[in-house]
Every structure is written in C-alpha cells, then in structure tokens.
Design a protein around this ligand. Sequence first.
Ligand SMILES: C[S@@+](CC[C@H](N)C(=O)[O-])C[C@H]1O[C@@H](n2cnc3c(N)ncnc32)[C@H](O)[C@@H]1O
Length: 244
Amino acid sequence: MAGFDDPAFYGDRWADAYDEHHAEMDPAAAVDFLAGLAGDGPVLELAIGTGRVALPLAGRGIAVEGIDASALMVDQLRAKPGGQAIPVVIGDMAQVPARGPFRLVYLVFNTLFGLLDQARQAECFRNVARVLDPGGVFVIECFVPELTRFDRGQRVHTRAVTEDAAVIELSSHDAAEQRITTQVITLGHQGIHLRPVALRYAWPGELDLMAQQAGLRLRERYSGWDRRPFDSSSGGHVSVYQRD
Ligand SMILES: C[S@@+](CC[C@H](N)C(=O)[O-])C[C@H]1O[C@@H](n2cnc3c(N)ncnc32)[C@H](O)[C@@H]1O
C-alpha cells in the first residue's frame, strides 16, 4: 500500500510537526468527559498519536492503551513524560488489534474519517464492539460535513500569516466519494512543507447505522465535550455508543 491507502501515511508525514500545528487544542474537556466514562478501565484510544489526550487521561490514574499505525507518531508520544508507560500496538485501527475487554474505547478529532471508505469505517465499529465489555462504550468525536465551504469542489483557506511564514490549506472535495483531500502548506524561510490529509466524511445518521450493524446503540450525542445539546446548527458531535 502506498500514499493515502497506507494507514501509516498521515502520521509519518505529520509526526515531526503535529504537536506544533495543534498546540492550540486544549484536551481538558475531552479528558474530563472520557474520565467520567472510564470506570475502573482499562480504556483504549484508537489512533493515539502523540498522546495529546491519552497522556492527561493516564495522568488521572486510568489504565490507557493505544493503537496507532505510525511508529513515528508513537515515537513522539514515547519522548514525553509518562509516554513510555502506555502500551501501544502499531497497527490498523480498523482491525482493532487489541484483546480487551475495555470499558471504554475512544476515537477523537475526526480520525474515524481517516478510514477512507465506508467498508473500513464499518469494520472499525465491528471490531470495537468485539473488544468492548458488555455495557462498555465507544466514544467518537467527528465534524458534521459543511459542504458550503467548497466552491465547485475546491477550497483555499488561510490558517496563519506571520512576519516569517504563511500556512494555507488547499482542499478538493469529491461529493460522490464523500472525500476531502487537503494539503496544509507552510511557506517560510525554511522552504515549503506539505502536510497531506485525506478524509472520508459521514453524517451522524450513517455512523449510527454502522454502529447499529455492529451491535452498538447510540446512547448520547452532544455538540461537543462540554455536553451542549446537538442540533442542526452543530458543527460537530461527540457520540457515545453502548454495547448492551
Ligand atoms: C489527527 S491524528 C490524532 C491523534 C490523537 N488522537 C489526537 O487527538 O491528537 C490522527 C492519528 O491517526 C493515526 N492513524 C491514521 N490512520 C490510522 C489507521 N488506519 N490505523 C491506526 N492509526 C491511524 C495517525 O497515525 C495519527 O496518529
């Protein structure tokens, strides 16, 4: 497998810059939310990355395990305080290569959409259900597709402009494939850096059906980690699926 079809592709291309690009994202509300569902654990983070959420959750005394396809992302986690103590399997999250059973499995920051077709996303739900305790929950955080962002299938967005650099995003949208392909481009004294992202988006109803087919029931849905109600104006959702 090569390019976007390789599960390690995203992480390997982002690992050296991931934390810097996402420094403004505060995981505190997500950690509070997840800690409240973790019970006695153990819990599993799919696509654990550099430990942005897993490290503060483990800091609460919760036994956290992880899966990630990119050894380079996990190297960044390992270099942080507490990062050596979290068991991580290098593998494909759609297959959920872990034994469990887990009280809680979670997949945040739209990363379910990193599985680039419906079959892979449905496979992920099925394999999560396999490793959940009865009564255990699967929590996902996803955006709600907002297609008016695109003009004739494309979008240009300025992320940051400073004295020394500019960060822009160039995206293309394929409505038939429900796919958005983006390059986050940094232009600066050190040259041009391309950080690629490909996502296969899905509306909440499609995700609920995948969950249902995997034996998981939608228990709660909020517009964010602060538990505000989800409605037609919500740009994203935090959904809790339970294995009964
Ligand atoms: C946007 S980052 C999220 C990292 C972390 N969960 C966070 O919230 O900061 C996406 C992560 O998903 C991982 N990833 C992408 N596709 C994957 C797959 N098929 N299996 C396992 N990990 C995958 C990448 O390596 C990367 O670490």
